[in-house]
Design a protein around this ligand. Structure first.
Ligand code: F6R
Length: 630
């Protein structure tokens, strides 16, 4: 939550790189806007003063403000795009917040938990506050330390020292960036439990909440650890801990292309990302098995003996990623015979869970920064569990703090509502399940090879679903007035139903619920009235356990009560036609793998319906892509 950018370019007297801080910071904010869009603001240091602009609403409002009232050219700047926590999304609460008589500007991502007590202390010293934010308190604390404790003397450690001392007093989660008019060539940043990455340029350096904040300028990035301070100038990057002890950052190369974070001719990132899905699944599968159908997950780097002894798996995730976990549970239990629980990360550590050294924690997170999941993983590690992360964001915190990582290779996901990351997560979880089955001997090699062969056919089948998207788009557009839509599924179709409902809630702001079809008669069927739209995810008629027949009965039950039924079924399933007003066919595939196909029409439906209502599908209201607060 909240996007942060910092930039320092060449100082006077050296070859100018030609980058005006304002342009660099604005470009970074444009790419990071998915992290929050309640307000945006920028501060630059020029001619010995700080100049800043900030505006509530989306970045476009700030750009309009900058057009009306331009900022001076500068080589040092910071910028922020906000997801509101303390204080509403107003101009006044927007970042940057100024202190030290306007000479210091601060931006922040996270929550400072002891802000109230610090505010009281500073108020007693005579500080007045203009906003309701915790950030302004951090700015005032920094200013107080810089001016009153260090004498406002850059020889005394200046802003870096002040930041170290301030961080020693702050509690909670934060990334802070500060610039001071006294040190025009410097940006100082601090990180505790919130993301921050350094970008290394040639005669210029960058800071970003993630690499997209500077991807247009450099692919060289440096990971920061927890509780670290970084001071950047155009030519130097110095890292310390909160007590001034020098620290090392780990440099890595960003291997995605800036073009992959563009819309590529689609009207929205979401639509583009839905269309990226064949490739997202393909990339996640690539290089992870050999021609004999043996899984080669060498990257996992967990002692195979440990994995053989796992007695329980707990999948930790939130939202869409948790639904990916629920799909994984069906597959892992079937293939590996290991009891698998799926738990929402934020519930996990507050219920005294039973975890020991034979428990394998599998966290699933697109961003790798979700605070709820990070905290749950840390808790599980403290209890002695082994932790594996399934993650889409290279170098992010959750994989770094886990014992092992299986990256999904979906590429950058910019639209706030997750699509391609979901399919890639399910794919990675299947690979993990098959790997465990291989290690533990639960499946013959031939069986694993067959499942892998089915998995390898999935990208082309997703493409087939996409090629028929017009039919589902049309339905979505025609239902723009719907007030409520229900989704039913059984077995792996249940998490798919919940994901379909979540997509509709977050994009179209209408009531939507996903139910286990078998649960209907235990209560939810009371919701059905004449004309109520109900999507039903129907399992393959070729599957076992008469699952198909059960779901067809559920369709009949809701139809008998007036529901308008829309069915996602497997090609060739003629039986469902009699009970559905609309049928969308997906290619034949084994039941356990079907979520990789049946989810896609539901994503397209939500996209089309929300677009017909005129909503911004990339940036739905009240949401942010990366949820870095608990
Ligand atoms: C919904 C969505 C969210 C995320 C959730 C977890 O479309 O995107 O529900 O899935 O916030 O985020 P990650 O996967 O980054 O941990």
């Amino acid at each position: 939550m909240c996007g942060i950018v910092g930039y320092v370019g060449h100082s006077a007297g050296r070859v100018n790189t030609g980058h005006n801080a304002l342009d660099v910071v604005l470009e970074g904010l444009r790419r990071l806007e998915y992290r929050g869009y309640d307000s945006a603001g920028i501060a630059v240091v020029a001619d010995g003063t700080i100049s800043s602009r900030k505006k509530s609403g989306k970045l476009s409002n700030l750009i309009a403000e900058l057009d009306a009232s331009p900022l001076p050219e500068s080589l040092t700047g910071i910028g922020h795009t906000r997801w509101a926590t303390h204080g509403g999304p107003t101009d006044q609460n927007a970042h940057p917040h100024l202190a030290d008589e306007g000479k210091l500007a601060v931006i922040h991502n996270g929550i400072i938990e002891n802000f109230a007590e610090l505010k009281l202390e500073l108020t007693r010293k005579g500080v007045t506050f203009l906003s309701e934010t915790d950030t302004e308190v951090a700015a005032a604390l920094l200013a107080d330390i810089y001016r009153n404790q260090l004498g406002g003397d850059s020889a005394n450690g200046g802003l870096t020292k002040a930041m170290q001392l301030a961080c020693q007093r702050l509690e909670g989660a934060f990334t802070l960036l500060a610039v001071h008019a006294d040190q025009p060539d410097v940006v100082v940043a601090a990180r505790r439990n919130s993301p921050l990455v350094v970008g290394l340029g040639d005669g210029e350096n960058f800071l970003g909440s993630d690499v997209s904040g500077f991807i247009d300028y450099t692919r060289r990035a440096v990971e920061l650890g927890q509780d670290q301070i970084v001071t950047i100038t155009a030519d130097t990057v110095e890292i310390t801990d909160f007590y001034g002890a020098p620290a090392e950052g780990k440099e890595y190369h960003v291997n995605w292309d800036p073009a992959s974070a563009e819309k590529g001719g689609f009207p929205s990132f979401m639509e583009k990302e839905i269309h990226d899905q064949p490739d997202a699944v393909l990339q996640t599968l690539l290089g992870r098995s050999d021609i004999n159908g043996r899984l080669t997950l060498d990257e996992l780097r967990v002692d195979p003996e440990l994995l053989k002894n796992v007695s329980k798996i707990i999948v930790l995730a939130c939202g869409t990623s948790a639904y990916a976990g629920q799909v994984a549970k069906y597959a892992i239990e079937r293939w590996c015979r290991i009891p698998t629980e799926v738990e929402l990360s934020h519930e996990f550590r507050y219920r005294d869970p039973i975890v020991d050294e034979n428990t394998l924690i599998v966290s699933i997170s697109q961003s790798g920064e979700t605070m709820d999941t990070l905290m749950a993983v840390r808790y599980a590690k403290e209890q002695g569990a082994k932790t594996v992360s399934i993650c889409n964001t290279n170098g992010s915190t959750i994989p770094r703090e886990s014992d092992a990582v299986l990256y999904t290779h979906a590429g950058p996901e910019i639209a706030v509502a997750s699509t391609k990351a979901f399919l890639a997560q399910i794919t990675a979880a299947y690979l993990l399940g098959l790997y465990l089955a291989q290690l533990r001997g639960n499946k013959f090699q031939g069986e694993i090879k067959d499942i892998l062969a089915d998995l390898n056919k999935i990208p082309a089948k997703i493409q087939q679903v996409l090629d028929n998207e017009e039919q589902i788009k049309e339905l979505g557009r025609s239902m723009a007035d719907a007030k409520s839509v229900l989704f039913l599924g059984r077995h792996v179709g249940f998490p798919v139903a919940m994901e379909g409902a979540l997509k509709l809630k977050e994009l179209a702001y209408i009531h939507a619920e996903g139910f286990a079809a078998g649960e209907l008669k235990h209560g939810p069927i009371a919701l059905i009235e004449e004309g109520q739209p109900v999507f039903v995810v129907v399992p393959s008629p070729r599957g076992r356990d008469s699952l198909h027949a059960k779901v067809v009965s559920n369709i009949q039950e809701v139809r008998a009560r007036g529901a308008r039924t829309i069915v996602i079924a497997e090609e060739g399933d003629e039986a469902v036609k009699a009970y559905a007003e609309h049928v969308f066919y997906i290619p034949e595939t084994p039941t356990l793998l079907a979520p990789l196909l049946s989810t896609v029409p539901l994503q397209i439906f939500a996209l089309a319906l929300a677009s017909a209502k005129g909503y911004d599908v990339d940036q739905p209201r009240n949401l942010a892509k990366s949820v870095t607060v608990e």
